[in-house]
Write a new protein. Sequence first.
Lengths: 200, 200
Amino acid sequence: MAPSKTTYHHGDLRAALLQEAAALIEENGTEAVTMRALSERVGVSRTAAYRHFANKTDLLGAVAAEGFRELRERLHRVNTPSAANPEDGFVAMAQAYVQFAVGHPAYYRLMYGRDALQRDQYPDLHAAANAIYDELVTLIVTYQQQGLLKPGDAKPLAYVAWSLVHGLAALIIDRQMETPPDVDALAQLALHTLLQGLLR
Amino acid sequence: MAPSKTTYHHGDLRAALLQEAAALIEENGTEAVTMRALSERVGVSRTAAYRHFANKTDLLGAVAAEGFRELRERLHRVNTPSAANPEDGFVAMAQAYVQFAVGHPAYYRLMYGRDALQRDQYPDLHAAANAIYDELVTLIVTYQQQGLLKPGDAKPLAYVAWSLVHGLAALIIDRQMETPPDVDALAQLALHTLLQGLLR
DNA sequence: TTCCATTGTTGACATTGTCAACATAGGTGG
DNA sequence: CCACCTATGTTGACAATGTCAACAATGGAA
C-alpha cells in the first residue's frame, strides 16, 4: 500500500504519471514528455503507463484536464463579486487567469494549443474547461442581477469575456507582445476596456 | 525552368514544399505533415527539403509566416475605416479574422499553438504576425483621429482588440463552445461589447 | 490456500527526423 | 564549346519514439 521503491506494483502509478508529466512539462515543455522519460522518472518500465492510459494523447489529455481544474480553483478563489465596484471583480479574475498562464506557459499551451486534443473526444477535458466558463457566467449573472451590468443573455457574453482573457494570455506567452508587458496592468486595461467600452 | 516530372532539379522546390505542406495541413492537420509524406507529394526524395530548410520546424515556421501574410491581406482588404459607423469597421475585421480561423483551423493552430515556434527565434514569423497587429493599430489610430474613439495609447488597445478576436477564434476552433456558434454573430457581439462596454 | 484479474516487464517493430556520403544538372569562365 | 564548380537532389543509415504482443509478478477473493 505504502509506495516503496522496490515493490513490483507501484501503488498509485496513475497519479504518479500525471504528476511527473506535469513536472516535465513545467521544466522542459510538453515536447520533453516522452513515454520513456516519463516512465524512468516514475521508476517504472516504458510501457507501464499503458495500463492506465490508452495512449500518450490520453495521458496528456488527463494532465490538461487537471490543469483546467487547478485554474478553475484559482479563479473561484478570487470570484467574490462586490457590488462596490464590479470592475474590481472582473479585473481580479482576469489577472488570476493570466498569471496562471504566464506562470505555467507550457502547461497552459498544452491545455489549449494541442491539436490532438479534440475536446469532443475528451469529455473529462471538455468538462474541466467548461467549469471555467461556468465560473464566468456566474460572475456576469450576479452582476446583472445587481443591475450593474447591461442585461442580456449571459452565455455569449461569458464567451466574449473568456475570449478576451484567453487571447491575452495566449499572445503574452507566445511572446507576441513587443515588450515584455506588465501582465497585471494589461489585464486590467483589457477588462476596463471591455466594461467601459472603447467608443467615445 | 519549366518544372517537369522527370527533371533531376525540381525548379522551385522551396515554393512547392510550402504549398504542399499547407495543403497537407488543410487536409489532414499539421500532424500529417511528415518529411516523407511531404517529399512524396512533391515528387522528390525524403531529404531534399533539407536543401531549403534547416529542419522541419523551420519549414513549418515558414508555412505559418505565409499564413500570417494571407490573414493580413484579408484584414487589409476589409480595413476601410468609415466615419459613418466605426463599429462596422471593427466588426468587419473581426469577422474576416474569425472566418479565416474557422475556414482553416489546422492552419490557424499552427500559426499560433505550435510550442516549438518560439517567435523570437523566427524573425520572419514574428514580423508577419506583427503586421496583423499593425493593421489593428492603424484602424484604432484612424478612428481616434476622427474623434470616434476614446483617446489613449493605441498600442495596448490594439493588443486588447487582438486578444479578443484571437481568443474568440481559438475557442471556436477548439470547439470549446457548447453549440456550433454563428461565428459572424458572435464576432459582432464581441466587438459590439468591446466598443459599447458592458457596464450599465 | 489457490487462482485469477490487475498491474508491470521485456522484446520487437514501424515511423520519423536527420546526418553523411554520393550523384547530377546546368550555368560560368576559359 | 568544354571542363568544372556549386547548388540541388538521392541513398543509406541511425537513434529516438510510440506502441503492440507475450510473458511475469502480485495480491485479494473464493
